[in-house]
Design a binder for this molecule. Structure first.
Ligand SMILES: [Zn+2]
Ligand SMILES: [Zn+2]
Length: 272
């Protein structure tokens, strides 16, 4: 038994362009002894799970960093879970789903669902009612014995968009995810001593900034990984413009000499 992380989507909000040809929008699976947890749920997540050898029906926890559509294709995921009641392959986990959202987004999500399913008056089938859980900065929830989800507010979209990053503490190690974020206190806290940090790296070399829209570039990711004592760094949400070796050199220039990967869709890491 162990922990497996699978990058289902390392992309951005477009494909078929120079900035991103084939990578899917953000989604990361963490399999802890068969407990399936998603960090973000971009478009196509269930197909990506299938391609990785997993059954999306068995995912029971989904933590969404923020509501930008590339990270939060939740109605489609919920509908597909619900559809399993009609279309077979039953497992008790098919009817279970806990969705973790920044508190304001959790409050408003029922309107989003109602927009898709007005015939249900904002509700769900009795057999399948996902639990929507609102999170505040410093949120903690035990998902299983010794599997602890923590969430921290991060800085994104000029600070106007409620956004959070995550940290999953398990007996096998710590997996941290910045979501979309610029440099801020939240990413420093969530990354502390992580065995794997999955970090937003949307900003191109030479264009890094603080404040502003709220993304990081490779030197900032390297600095974060260094100062947080991170063992491994996956850069994700990056545009395919700068050469991978040059990006890695930027991370090294920040002084970080742990393992670093410009993560691709399908990338896996096992922790034992
Ligand atoms: Zn975003
Ligand atoms: Zn994004």
């Amino acid at each position: 038994m162990a922990l497996q992380v699978v990058a289902l989507g390392t992309g951005i909000n477009v494909n078929g362009v120079d900035y991103c040809q084939h990578r899917y929008p953000p989604s990361f699976l963490i399999d802890v002894d068969g407990l399936l947890i998603l960090f973000d749920c971009g478009e196509g997540t269930r197909f990506r799970l299938q391609a990785a050898g997993y059954d999306y029906g068995l995912v029971t926890h989904v933590a969404v960093s923020h509501a930008h559509p590339d990270h939060a294709a939740l109605p489609q995921f919920i509908q597909a879970k619900l559809g399993r009641l009609l279309w077979g392959k039953h497992d008790p986990r098919t009817t279970q789903l806990k969705i973790y959202l920044p508190r304001i987004l959790a409050r408003d999500f029922p309107q989003v669902w109602n927009w898709h399913q007005p015939e249900n008056d904002g509700g769900y089938w009795q057999e399948f009612a996902p639990e929507i859980i609102g999170m505040d900065d410093g949120f903690e929830r035990e998902l299983a014995p010794r599997v602890l989800l923590k969430a921290f507010s991060v800085y994104h979209s000029y600070g106007k968009h409620p956004a959070m990053g995550f940290r999953l503490e398990t007996p096998y190690g710590i997996v941290a995810y910045t979501g979309d974020s610029g440099v801020c206190e939240g990413v420093r806290v969530l990354a502390q001593s992580a065995d794997l940090l999955i970090s937003d790296c949307q900003v191109r070399i030479g264009q890094e900034y603080t404040g502003g829209y709220g993304h990081m570039g490779p030197r900032q990711c390297g600095d974060l990984a260094l100062k947080s004592g991170v063992k491994r760094l996956w850069l994700v949400h990056y545009p395919e413009v700068d050469e991978p070796e040059v990006i890695e050199a930027e991370v090294r220039a920040a002084g970080y000499f742990g393992e670093v990967r410009l993560a691709q869709d399908g990338e896996r890491l096992a922790l034992k």
